[in-house]
Every structure is written in C-alpha cells, then in structure tokens.
Design a protein around this ligand. Structure first.
Ligand code: SAM
Length: 234
C-alpha cells in the first residue's frame, strides 16, 4: 500500500482514531450536542446514504448481494445494507470507527430475523482484497489528493464485479466551499486537509481501469456537498 496514502494516510489514521473519531461520532450520531454546522453535515450525510441506498435498490433486491463498504466509519451505510439482505464486508482504517460500527450494528441488527450481521474489519482500503458484487466508498476521497485518489479508485474497481459507488466533495463548488470546508476540520491540531475532486478527474480514473459512470447524484445542504457516482464495467 506504499504507493497510495503514504504520509497523508498516517495523519488520517491518527485523526480518525482519536480527535476525529470523537468529532465524527458526534456528527454521525443522534445526540443533540452538535452545533449548527455539525447538524447540517449530519443531515447532508444522511441524504447521501439515502441516495446511495436508492441507487442500489433501484437495480434490484440486495438480498444475498455481497457489498464491500470501504471506509465504513460508524456503519451508517453498512447497517441499512444489511437490513436489505446484503452480505456486508465493512472496513475502516480507524479501529475506533470499526468498534463503534460494530457496536451500532449489534444494537440495531442483532437477533433480527433474516439479517446477516456485517463482517467488520480494521483495514485501509488499499489493503482490501477479495471480490464483491458491489463496492461502495462514501466520503473517504475527501482525505486524499487526486494523485492518491487514482490508485484508490483503481484498487476499489479491482475488487468489484458489477458496481462501484463513490462519493466525493465536488471541485466545481470549490471557491464557494473554501470558507466553509474549514469548518469540517477546525482547530490547530487538525492537520487533515480536505481535498475536493473534479468529476472529470474521477471519471478519467475510472476510465483508465475500464469502468464507466452509469448514474450520478448530488447531495447538498448548506455546509455539505457530495457528488455520488455509480460506475460499472465499460
Ligand atoms: N463512509 C462512512 C460514511 O459515509 O458514513 C464514513 C465517512 S468518514 C467522513 C471517512 C472515513 O474514512 C473515516 O471513518 C476514516 O477513518 C476512513 N478512512 C480514511 N482513509 C481511509 C483509508 N485509506 N482506508 C480506509 N478507511 C479510510
């Protein structure tokens, strides 16, 4: 995994294991100790999850379909996927995130009929292997510059048999966003940068490995922007 990540990746891992974990657990949770910006991001992200679930289920039932949720965070996508009958392999670079996701999934899914618990694993996405019908990677690319993102996309595509769904912060809104994006990573200790990606760059990275975009979506709230693309083998 050397060619992808490198120094950035260690910073990201550290962030999402400690301070970033606390911060994002709150944003992705349901308690009301969040500020206005955090609440807006929570709502925006929930819309992204909803849009992705719709994209997936529009193509047919997820019953028995294997799905890799790369960079699963607190499990906000893995849990609804499991509820739809998918066989979910969820992983994240942060052990804190993985144990939180495991806890949430156990609370919501344990003992429910006909639901298979997601399989959780601590792993950076570059180290994942195996084959899945569908690979999904939501709101992870924001942590990587385009030159690293290309390798990530190539690797994720190599794991997917039929479908790859990615979401990222679109660069077209860059100037509009610049001021606001700082809100995502405030404070002096947050070395993590937010990287925006142009849709054309993502499309090129997919094309390079023989994939094409079939569907596009966009989620926007005041402080949250996420472009969703669904790619299939060309
Ligand atoms: N995908 C989840 C969701 O949408 O609810 C979480 C999104 S959160 C903004 C980004 C997540 O990506 C964090 O949990 C972080 O630990 C994880 N992450 C960042 N870089 C990663 C990498 N190289 N491999 C795996 N996970 C990574």
């Amino acid at each position: 995994a050397e060619e992808v990540g490198g120094g950035d990746k260690e910073v990201v891992r550290e962030y999402f294991t400690n301070d970033g974990f606390q911060r994002w657990k709150k944003i992705y949770g349901d308690t009301d100790d969040v500020n206005k910006v955090q609440l807006d991001i929570r709502i925006g992200h929930a819309k992204t999850v909803e849009n992705v679930m719709k994209m997936l289920t529009d193509e047919g039932s997820l019953q028995g379909v294997s799905v890799c949720d790369a960079g699963c965070g607190t499990g906000l996508l893995s849990i609804p996927l499991a509820k739809e009958g998918a066989i979910v392999s969820a992983s994240d670079i942060s052990a804190s995130m993985v144990s939180e996701a495991q806890k949430q999934a156990t609370e919501e899914l344990q003992g429910r009929d006909n639901i298979q618990m997601p399989k959780f694993e601590v792993s950076d996405l570059e180290s994942l292997n195996g084959k899945y019908d569908t690979v999904v990677c939501l709101d992870v690319l924001i942590h990587y510059p385009q030159n690293k993102a290309d390798g990530m996309i190539a690797h994720l595509a190599s794991l997917a048999e039929n479908r790859l769904i990615l979401s990222f912060a679109p660069k077209t809104l860059y100037y509009d966003l610049l001021k606001r994006i700082g809100e995502l990573f405030p404070g002096p200790s947050k070395a993590t940068r937010a990287y925006l990606h142009s849709e054309a760059d993502i499309e090129r990275a997919l094309q390079k490995v023989g994939w094409k975009i079939r569907k596009r979506g966009l989620t926007t709230t005041q402080f949250y922007f996420s472009r969703i693309v669904e790619a299939v083998p060309a």
